[in-house]
Design a protein around this ligand. Structure first.
Ligand code: PMP
Length: 369
């Protein structure tokens, strides 16, 4: 077989157990998924109504560039529609950026503790990968700047960062943008932007005019609650957008996803409420950590990474038997940490009760069974 040789370095994504599988395997009635940072409050009712209205239009191809949504979003952000491109989730946008800008002759810079898709796509394209050690869950901007050279095509900034929830502030981002050459893209992946409340978080959309090498990606999968429909977008200079348009599939986002995103964008009240409840619930986890002297990264997102100082593969396995799906830090080489999506109040209370029980039994999880 003449497949690209770099593919041998990768293995297919291993999905965790699905809800029905967990129910069957452990005989639990309810399964709570707190592993993929989905919105525990679902989505806006306006989305459901809009989808119902469109069900008779399934025989038509969607708008190739999501035009009605693009127009609406352009006026929402007060930018030109030419600065916007929609994708099958931001996953697809990351893929398109890698396809368009990475190859064997260039390098790409990222944190060593971040969203794994940047690295995966860079491996596929054969680019040299420069991973910069994080500092307490944060991107180390001075060292990232040092690692950039004339061959750097993309710098990935996950902001706020998955899995830590930490963020790069406006001053740090400007420092980076002012240091790198104008032909090095700085991609700010802002998948959790709607949850942020740090006042020094960068207003990246307003920086696009000044920095044509800045790309901002955001999604409808998190605060808007539309993960199942797969729709995300990026905001960038029209020259960058045109290149990505060449690479993308013609009909890359579905009609239903476009309709749902437009309705979701129109219901900002829903998003604000989710953000408010998320912040309140996050405090419950902070209190739990303080009570047990556990360290954690302060989060600007709808998840928290807690250092439990115990084998978190085992802990995640134990929680699964209780119907709670969470993510062990071993995904990021931190096997004693646990990343938990902030659920609703009942879900969080129950999970915290399980964790409390676990911490009281010291290390022997089997004592609980
Ligand atoms: N970026 C980050 C930082 C994420 O955490 C995720 C989802 N886990 C994505 C991008 C991809 O999101 P989606 O494809 O659903 O838009």
């Amino acid at each position: 077989m003449k497949a690209r040789s770099h593919l041998k370095k990768l293995t297919p994504y291993q999905p965790g157990m699905g809800i029905d599988e967990v129910k069957k395997a452990y005989g639990v009635k309810t399964v709570v998924k707190l592993a993929s940072n989905e919105n525990p409050y679902g989505c806006s009712e306006e989305v459901v109504k809009a989808l119902h209205r469109e069900l008779s239009n399934l025989f038509l191809y969607p708008s190739a560039n999501a035009d009605p949504l693009r127009q609406k979003m352009a006026s929402y952000y007060q930018i030109s529609p030419e600065c916007l491109l929609f994708g099958k989730g931001t996953d697809e946008i990351i893929h398109l950026l890698a396809r368009a800008f990475l190859n064997q002759e260039v390098n790409t810079v990222m944190s060593d503790f971040t969203f794994p898709q940047y690295k995966k796509n860079a491996v596929i394209e054969g680019a040299e990968i420069r991973e910069i050690p994080h500092v307490k869950g944060k991107h180390d901007i001075p060292r990232i700047i040092e690692a950039v050279d004339q061959k750097t095509s993309i710098v990935w900034i996950c902001n706020p960062n998955n899995p830590s929830g930490e963020y790069v502030n406006e001053k740090e981002l400007l420092q980076l943008l002012n240091e790198v050459d104008s032909d090095t893209l700085v991609v700010c992946d802002e998948a959790y932007f709607e949850y942020v409340d740090a006042i020094d978080f960068p207003d990246t959309v307003s920086l696009i005019d000044r920095y044509p090498n800045l790309v901002v990606t955001r999604t409808f999968s998190k605060a808007y609650g539309l993960a199942a429909l797969r729709i995300g977008y990026c905001i960038a200079h029209p020259d960058v957008i045109s290149l990505l348009q060449v690479v993308k599939d013609t009909f890359n986002t579905s009609h239903l996803a476009q309709v749902a995103a437009l309705a979701a964008l129109n219901d900002q009240h829903f998003v604000h409420e989710c953000k408010r409840k998320n912040r309140q619930e996050l405090e419950e986890y902070y209190t739990f950590c303080w009570r047990f002297g556990l360290s954690y990264y302060p989060s600007q997102t709808n998840f928290i990474f807690i250092e439990l100082r115990r084998d978190c593969d085992k802990i995640a396995g134990y929680l699964l038997t209780k119907g709670y799906i969470v993510r062990s830090g071993s995904t990021w080489g931190s096997p004693t940490g646990l990343r938990i999506t902030i659920g609703d109040s009942i879900q969080n209370d129950t999970l915290i009760a399980y964790l409390t029980q676990l911490l009281r039994t010291k290390d022997d999880i089997s004592l609980l069974n």
